[in-house]
Design a binder for this molecule. Structure first.
Ligand code: APR
Ligand code: PHB
Length: 394
């Protein structure tokens, strides 16, 4: 037997993109069904970056999920770039009039889950074999299996919010889809530790031994990263080795404030830049990691996903409330224009701050010259700052 469901928007994926879309659409009285192949505990357990742009905060306020972030998030007016131990502060507040908020993506996801309302949204977790079809018709369907039983959802629109390895992007025929990719020749080894931050702001450091990032989750909890080889395993990096390497890369002056301790989370992530075009196929709309990936330098992944969702929820709301499809028709083009600018920034900051195995002494001199230029030029610092706090939505 097959269970049949009907909804207005079927959302595939219950990460930050899918959850935020469900929340914003529910507020507009639009009915959604959300599908995820994992369960809530697994989704909430994923540790990702932790810097929110003002536009992201606005979206979370509009979704009614910003109380805890305003109570617990840390406002940061600047951050440091460091090169071989020399630090240069990017004064976000002075250069842009804006700041960013340090608040973990894990917490954003938890707040979104806690805000789910009964009625306008229904969720199916632990689903298998999700297949979107009939996307070019005005009645797309999404089939899936759960607990060995078949389900079919008939809807008006499918929102592909199922991340980089999801099925939505794969449902677009290869002669329509173009992809652009750069895989970086190193990874980030990250740890969480119950120790106060090294400094009250983030420090992104380029050292001859590789990149390091001193970040935080609160006044008592730090999140640190170092560039590592792609072939490394976490077992290669016992805490003592991590701390020694991290301190070396930060340089002695900064490392003097470093408080070490046992890590309670340790993982390695690859770095990738990726864009898929277009982000619409018939009545399927892609958003977030399903359509694009940025390397974590600059913490743009979640912010980019939230910007997509703001534009997609506006477009779907206009469709249902006024019958105007202009925003739906321009969605892919509008989003991609911004996506490419954010890809450029994430790539530029990654290129500046890491040691690339293939770099010749010339490229290393170029990195140093770029850092010296940023440190000596307000215009160059401002270019970094306005990207870091977030570009306008369109
Ligand atoms: N069927 C159903 N659900 C799926 C499928 C599938 N075939 N494939 C993946 N999913 C689910 C995943 O289990 C995950 O919960 O889709 C969700 C996608 O979530 P994310 O990967 O977090 O992507 P997104 O919501 O776009 O989040 C963007 O989070 O991953 C970070 O760097 C990213 O910060 C960015 C932000
Ligand atoms: C983090 O705190 O996890 C973090 C912060 C800034 C980044 C990336 C990750 O650029």
């Amino acid at each position: 037997m097959t269970y049949a469901h009907t909804t207005q928007v079927c959302i595939i994926g219950s990460g930050p993109s899918g959850l935020l879309l469900a929340q914003l659409l529910a507020q507009a009285g639009i009915d959604t069904i959300v599908l995820d192949r994992r369960d809530r505990a697994y989704i909430e357990g994923r540790i990702r970056a932790g810097v929110l742009e003002q536009g992201t905060i606005t979206a979370l306020e509009e979704a009614g999920v910003a109380d805890r972030l305003h109570a617990e998030g840390l406002l940061h007016d600047g951050f440091d770039l460091a090169f071989d131990g020399t630090r240069h502060r990017i004064d976000l507040a002075a250069l842009t009039g804006t700041s960013v908020m340090v608040y973990g993506q894990t917490e954003v996801t938890r707040d979104l889950f806690n805000a789910r309302t009964a009625g306008d949204q229904s969720f199916f977790f632990d689903v298998e074999d999700v297949v979107p079809t009939d996307l070019k018709t005005d009645q797309p369907t999404v089939r899936f299996r759960k607990n060995g039983e078949d389900h079919v959802i008939t809807c008006d629109f499918v929102a592909g919010c199922d991340g980089f390895r999801g099925v939505s992007r794969a449902a677009i025929p290869s002669h329509v889809l173009r992809t652009f990719e750069r895989v970086y020749p190193f990874g980030w080894l990250g740890i969480l530790v119950e120790q106060p931050p090294v400094s009250h702001e983030l420090i992104y450091a380029n050292h001859t031994r590789g990149f390091a990032l001193a970040s935080m989750r609160s006044e008592t909890r730090s999140r640190h990263y170092i560039q590592c080889d792609l072939s490394d395993n976490v077992a290669d990096w016992p805490d003592d080795r991590f701390w020694e390497e991290f301190a070396t890369r930060l340089g002695p002056d900064t490392a003097a404030n470093l408080q070490t301790g046992p890590s309670f989370e340790k993982s390695i992530a690859p770095l990738r830049s990726f864009v898929a075009e277009p982000m619409r196929y018939g009545n399927l709309f892609l958003a977030g990691d399903a359509a694009h990936i940025v390397p974590p330098t600059g913490a743009k992944g979640l912010n980019l996903a939230v910007a997509d969702i703001r534009l997609l929820s506006r477009a779907l709301t206009a469709h249902y409330q006024t019958g105007n499809d202009d925003y739906l028709d321009s969605y892919s083009e509008t989003v991609l224009r911004r996506v490419w600018k954010v890809e450029r920034f994430s790539w530029q900051l990654s290129t500046l701050m890491h040691q690339f195995p293939e770099n010749t002494p010339f490229e290393k001199k170029m990195q140093r010259a770029e850092f010296d230029y940023i440190a000596s030029s307000e215009a160059a610092s401002k270019a970094i700052a306005e990207n870091y706090v977030g570009l306008p939505l369109e």
